[in-house]
Ligand binder design. Structure first.
Ligand SMILES: [Zn+2]
Length: 604
């Protein structure tokens, strides 16, 4: 690790940084816990240690320092993770901070692309204010979008011009980077041997209202562009940025950057379909709103959301497409253990129109009155397959069963099945049995935890994890004992971890104990001990732990030797008996020595 990374690591507060991504609760003097962002779970097995600056998940075994967390969650390489953490902590960046030219190039390109998007967003904003933007301003005013909303969401206008943005950005980057930004199109051709010959680049977005899409940190990474005109010539109503190194459609939730804080404090997220709905709702003070941008949820989006909350109120458009998207999203969220409620607005209105026609109070009331997902789904199958004929009931049931099976919690499955039977009037024994089976089916995940440490192992692990001079004598005592006679410790379950820690330098670069241990199971043991630790052990405690372990090891060797002596005697092998008896005497002597050992003097 470079000096700069080391500095950042020392100054960064891992609890604060991780707490910016997921909800953490204080769970001990120095330790915090929350739902793991790296695997599905309902109860928290993810821990962060403030003092030791590491995180560990007992569910999936992910573990590491602040850089590894940010790297994983932002899908960034090490140098970029360092940069992100430095930025979050307000530490100025040095000029060069890369391990290899490839890394530098990759991070360089990402940064360049972010810069291009930032400049593009500002340019679109400028165009909206210009005389060319009059039509777009009119359109936005007609949709009830305030000047404040335009400013907050950085809405803009792409003029009816093939070269406007290109001319603005061309001086800032080379052709490859401009191409990679997704902001331009080109008519590429093929030469005779089938190689692509890139054509001239021109602006991808023209005569459109521009909605910037931001990542979780609020940086612009893509755009949604809405056509100002309709008709054949205007092209599709909405077009999005293509997939780029910055942007992948299924990995972003619109407005999550702004909604994050409110989602956490209100403990639920309001999910709407369109960006216009989202802006409209947000600007009227309901700030925990995010949009899926018209498609059903992806697993990555679920992951993004889970870091903030597992409670969702869904308010999709009431049309068939909206209902289908809602159903798909509900399905996925259910599987992932979310609690879901569904809002359907009177009069078949979308959120934006509902608020404009009936006011934000009425909308807030509708959200409070959201139905449980089971009620919503039962109502929906009744509309989809109306009637009470046996045939209709079977169709209703078949529609519902997958939803019921998806729910991770048994109690909730039972409740859902019960409600369905009652509300749909299922009296057939066969159908009831199917419902019961659906409720039985899914099993909750059971987490295997490695908690096989003995008290003496805990003492040694805590001693070996001592860092930075304090209680150094206790650490050295443990190191010397293990290094001098590893055989006496080998029977311990935590031996690989003890051995790795004993070989660590506690003052230099590899000072972090969690970094010294590679095996995931052993890391879990160490994490468990470190998360529980209050004070490092004293020399006296370490001394008696070592004595205890050595005694146990010697005694078990002694028992083995005695058994061998018995065998040798029975077999008449007296040379062997003599040899073994000598071994036994040595063990006796070692045990006596152990008992006579004085505890170390206290230095205080
Ligand atoms: Zn995990």
């Amino acid at each position: 690790m470079s000096d700069f990374a080391q500095t950042v690591k020392q100054q960064a507060d891992i609890v604060k940084v991780i707490g910016g991504y997921i909800r953490l609760r204080k769970a001990g003097a120095q330790n915090y816990s929350g739902l793991c962002p790296f695997h599905k779970e309902k109860s928290p097995s993810f821990s962060v240690h403030a003092g030791r600056q590491f995180y560990h998940c007992f569910g999936c075994g992910q573990s590491g320092d602040v850089f590894s967390f940010v790297g994983k969650i932002e899908n960034a390489g090490f140098p970029e993770a360092v940069r992100i953490v430095a930025q979050k902590c307000g530490i100025p960046l040095p000029k060069r901070e890369f391990n290899s030219p490839e890394e530098a190039a990759e991070a360089g390109q990402r940064r360049k692309l972010l810069d291009l998007h930032e400049t593009a967003a500002a340019w679109f904003e400028e165009q909206l204010r210009s005389s060319e933007g009059a039509l777009a301003r009119e359109y936005l005013a007609g949709r009830g979008v305030s000047a404040e909303a335009i400013k907050t969401f950085r809405l803009g206008y792409a003029p009816d011009n093939f070269n406007g943005l290109r001319d603005r950005l061309a001086p800032l980057a080379d052709a490859d980077t401009l191409r990679a930004s997704g902001l331009f199109s080109s008519k590429d051709s093929e030469d005779q041997s089938g190689n692509v010959v890139p054509g001239r680049m021109y602006d991808r977005f023209r005569k459109r209202v521009m909605f910037p899409i931001c990542n979780e940190s609020g940086r612009v990474i893509a755009f949604t562009a809405r056509a100002l005109e309709t008709g054949d010539k205007a092209g599709p109503k909405y077009i999005n940025s293509p997939e780029t190194p910055l942007y992948s459609k299924g990995q972003v939730l619109f407005n999550l950057d702004k909604a994050k804080a409110a989602v956490r404090s209100m403990e639920f997220a309001l999910l709407v379909e369109g960006q216009m709905d989202c802006i409209s709702v947000y600007m009227r003070g309901i700030q925990n709103v995010i949009a899926t941008s018209g498609t059903a949820f992806t697993e990555q989006q679920v992951g993004l959301l889970r870091r903030q909350t597992t409670n969702v109120v869904v308010n999709f458009d009431p049309d068939a497409a909206g209902a289908n998207a809602a159903e798909k999203s509900i399905g996925l969220l259910t599987e992932e253990g979310f609690t879901i409620k569904v809002v359907t607005l009177d009069g078949g209105l979308d959120p934006d129109r509902f608020i404009r026609e009936r006011g934000v109070e009425a909308y807030a009331a509708a959200i409070r009155g959201a139905r449980r997902q089971s009620d919503y789904l039962i109502e929906r199958v009744r509309q989809k397959f109306p009637g009470a004929s046996p045939d209709a009931k079977i169709k209703q049931m078949n529609d519902l069963l997958p939803h019921i099976r998806r729910i991770p919690q048994k109690l909730e499955r039972d409740q859902f099945a019960h409600d369905a039977a009652q509300k749909l009037g299922i009296d057939s024994a066969v159908l009831r049995e199917e419902l019961r089976q659906a409720a039985m089916k899914r099993q909750d995940h059971i987490q295997a935890r490695a908690t096989t440490l003995t008290e003496v192992e805990r003492v040694l692990l805590r001693a070996l994890a001592i860092t930075g001079g304090e209680n150094e004598a206790a650490r050295r005592l443990a190191v010397e004992a293990i290094v001098a006679q590893p055989a006496r410790f080998e029977h311990l379950g935590a031996f690989p971890c003890l051995w790795a820690l004993a070989g660590r330098r506690a003052d230099g670069q590899d000072r972090d104990p969690m970094d010294a241990v590679e095996d995931p199971a052993q890391r879990a043991l160490l994490a468990e001990v470190l998360l529980q630790e209050v004070e490092p052990p004293s020399e006296g405690e370490v001394h008696s732990a070592i004595l205890h372990i050595q005694e146990r090891a010697l005694e078990s060797q002694r028992r083995a030797v005695i058994a061998l002596i018995g065998e040798a005697e029975a077999g008449g092998d007296f040379a062997e008996v003599v040899l073994l008896t000598q071994q036994k005497m040595e063990l006796d002597r070692a045990l006596r020595q152990l008992h006579n050992q004085e505890p170390p003097h206290s230095h205080s």
